[in-house]
Design a protein around this ligand. Structure first.
Ligand SMILES: Nc1ncnc2c1ncn2[C@@H]1O[C@H](COP(=O)(O)OP(=O)(O)OP(=O)(O)O)[C@@H](O)[C@H]1O
Length: 262
């Protein structure tokens, strides 16, 4: 008898649609995300990337569709219809969300160590010494010197703030990370370093991720698969290298030839 369960996607997205009045935010989006896989979502401004990410992460209710997540304890559950407390709990434990602007993902009046430690406490850690030790370890993993642990994020550069936001998000060992333009607004050299760091962490931790970006260099480096959005719909999807090297849809061809890149 076969005792092992068949592998199944971590996330199954079906017919996801969100309108703003008569305007389409995103429409009929379908995809599976497998454990350890990174999905990139690209498209020009207004193509529906943020709307889709918001619906996936439970920040926004879709009008139609399902976002089925393979929970640790109950197996696949539609997060669209789950209760708000349940969704919040997922957001604190199994899921993480990295905002484009670190200010949206950090508590600016709390020390760097506090920003990381607070997340551990939210999932039940109580031992002060251990929390500080783990926080120090995580600051090191995102290349922030241990002697900055008591500094507030407002004293950090943009790149450091973003790395701190990543540490705060990953310290609890999530399985799925949503990222909204994680390198947006940073200098090119800072972006490269951050991308390297993210790639290392994603691989090391075997993370699954959904990354929204308009920067094709970001998906080239981080994403296994790619979805290209236009006017709220997915117009092309596939393995990242395949889509970027041999785009089939005219819109993707424009994107790749950088005509549409912002
Ligand atoms: N709060 C809102 N009210 C009305 N329409 C909205 C709202 N938010 C987004 N839209 C519309 O939904 C569509 C998709 O927008 P969305 O912000 O998801 O795109 P995007 O690809 O993330 O763009 P950007 O890269 O500029 O953030 C656009 O037509 C936009 O005008």
């Amino acid at each position: 008898m076969e005792s092992e369960e068949a592998p199944r996607p971590l996330l199954e997205v079906r017919g996801l649609t969100r309108r703003y009045g008569a305007r389409i935010g995103c429409a009929e989006v379908d995809f599976d995300l497998w454990p350890g896989e990174v999905m990139g979502i690209v498209g020009e401004s207004g193509s529906g990337k943020s709307t889709l990410l918001g619906c996936l992460a439970g920040h926004m209710a879709p009008d139609e569709g399902a976002v089925i997540y393979d929970t640790r304890d109950r197996g696949p559950v539609d997060t669209v219809t789950m209760s708000e407390p349940e969704r919040r709990m997922l957001g604190r434990t199994d899921w993480a969300f990295v905002h484009q602007n670190p200010r949206d993902g950090l508590r600016m009046a709390v020390s760097a160590g506090g920003n990381v430690g607070e997340r551990l406490m939210a999932v039940g850690a109580r031992h002060y010494g251990q929390i500080r030790e783990t926080a120090t370890d995580w600051l090191g993993r995102v290349e922030i010197a241990g002697d900055r642990i008591d500094d507030r994020p407002s004293a950090f550069s943009g790149g450091m703030q973003q790395r701190l936001q990543i540490a705060r998000n990953l310290v609890t060992g999530p399985r799925l990370v949503f990222m909204d333009e994680p390198t947006g607004g940073l200098d090119v050299s800072v972006q490269a370093r951050l991308l390297d760091l993210l790639r290392g962490l994603v691989r090391e931790m075997g993370l699954s991720a959904v990354i929204v970006t308009h920067d094709l260099a970001v998906v080239r480096l981080l994403a296994d698969r790619l979805m290209v959005m236009k006017s709220g719909r997915v117009v092309e999807s596939g393995l990242t290298d395949q889509v970027l090297d041999d785009p089939q849809h005219a819109y993707t061809q424009l994107l790749v030839s950088s005509v549409l890149q912002v």
